[in-house]
Design a protein around this ligand. Sequence first.
Ligand code: HEM
Length: 402
Amino acid sequence: MDGLSRRGVLLGGSALGAVGALGIVAPEAWSWSATGSAVGASTGANPATVHDGAADKVVRALFERGEVDRVNELLADWTHNDQALPARLPSDLHAFLESARRLPSWADQAKMARYFDYNATRGLYIAVAYGMGSGMMSCVIPREAKAVYYSAGGADMKDRIAKTAKLGYDVGAKNAYGPTGRMIVTCVKTRLTHAAVRYLLPKSRHWNAAAPETKPISQADIMVTWHSLATFTHNKIKAWQVPISAAESSSFLHIWQVTAHMLGVHDEFIPATWASANAQSRQVLDPILAPSKEGIELAHILTSLAADFDLGLSRTAFRSFTRYTLGDQIADWLEIPRQPFWDQFVESGWPAFVKFREGTMTLPLPPQGYWMFDEFLRQGALFYLGEGRRINITMPTGNNPN
Ligand code: HEM
C-alpha cells in the first residue's frame, strides 16, 4: 500500500486533502458541525480563534508577579486527583485549579474503567501507535512542530518526550480519572504549561519569524493533536485487526473526550462519536499535514533519542516503524531514509506479531500476564526518558534560545 492510500485509510478514510502551501488551516476553514459534538449544539465560536482565557489570565499574572518558579515548586508534590492543593498557592491560581480539576458532568467512571481493562491487554499496540505514529505525526503538523521546536522543550527533547509520555501513560492507568489516578492533575498542569507557552512564544523572535500566527495553541490546534493521538490510534487498532468490541471502542473515545475537556477544550468542539471524530479529523488534520524545517529537525532528534545508548538499533527500528505506521509520503517528508531490509521486516513482521499475540490471548495465560509485561516496558521507557527521576510537568519559564 503506498503512503497516500495508507494515510487515507488510517486517518479516517479520506484521500490526501489539499495541503496548503504553508500547511495552515485558515480560521474560516472550521465548518465541522457541532451537532456531532459532545453537547450537540454550537455557540458559533470558531475554535481557531478560541484559546484558554481562564488559564491564560492566571498564568500571565504569575509571570508578571514573578511567581512561576515558586508555583512550579509548590505544585511538584501535587500528583493525585483527590489530593488537596498545596498550601500557599496564589489565590487566583488556587481558584483556577479548583475549578479546572472538576470533571464534566457527563464523565462516566464505569466507561473509563472499561478502557483500562482494554488497555491492560492491548496497551502495547496503543503505546506503539502513540509513540511511533502520533509522536512522529506531530512533526508534520507545522504549527505544533514550530511551537515545540521554539519553546523551551525544543532544547531538551528527551525531557519533553518524557513529560508527554507521562500523559500517554496516565491516561491508560487504572482509575485514570478516579480519586487515586493522576490524569486530572496531568491535564490541569498541561493546561498551565500551554498557557505559559502562549505567554512566552510570542516573545521569541525565532518563533515569530517562522510561525503563521501570533498566538499559539488554539482549541482547533488542540483538536488537531487530539486526532493525531485518539482518532489515529483507534483507526490503527482497527487497521491492525486488533479485536475491539463496540463497548471498548466507545470507552476509548470516552476517555479521550474527557481528556479534551480537561485540557480546556469546549464541549462543542469535542466529537460525540468516532464517525463524527473521523469527519472532523478529515477536515482539520489531513489537509494541514506538511513538512517544515522544524518538523524535519524534530523527527531527526526523536528517532535518535536512544541511539547513543543502544548503538543505533532503536533509530533503525523507529525509522522503519514510522514509515510503516505513517506511510511513505510522511516518512519522505521527514527525510527518513529507506532501510529496505528493516522496512520490509516491520511491514511483514508487525501483522504477524499482532496475529501471534492475539492467538495467544485464547491460551490459559491470564491477561494479567500481558499487563505485567507491558507495564514493565512502559515503566522502563518512562524511567529511561525521565533519567530515573520522577516526571513532573512544569510551566516553562523561557523559550528555546537556539
Ligand atoms: C507541553 C500534551 C496539544 C504545544 C505539553 C505537555 C503535555 C502536552 C503533556 C507537557 C510536557 C512538557 O512540558 O513538555 C498535549 C496534548 C495535546 C497538546 C495531549 C492535545 C490533545 C498541543 C498543541 C501544541 C502544543 C496543539 C501546539 C500547537 C506544546 C508545547 C509544550 C507542550 C510547545 C511545551 C514544551 C516545553 O517547552 O516544555 N503538551 N499537548 N501542544 N505542548 Fe502540548
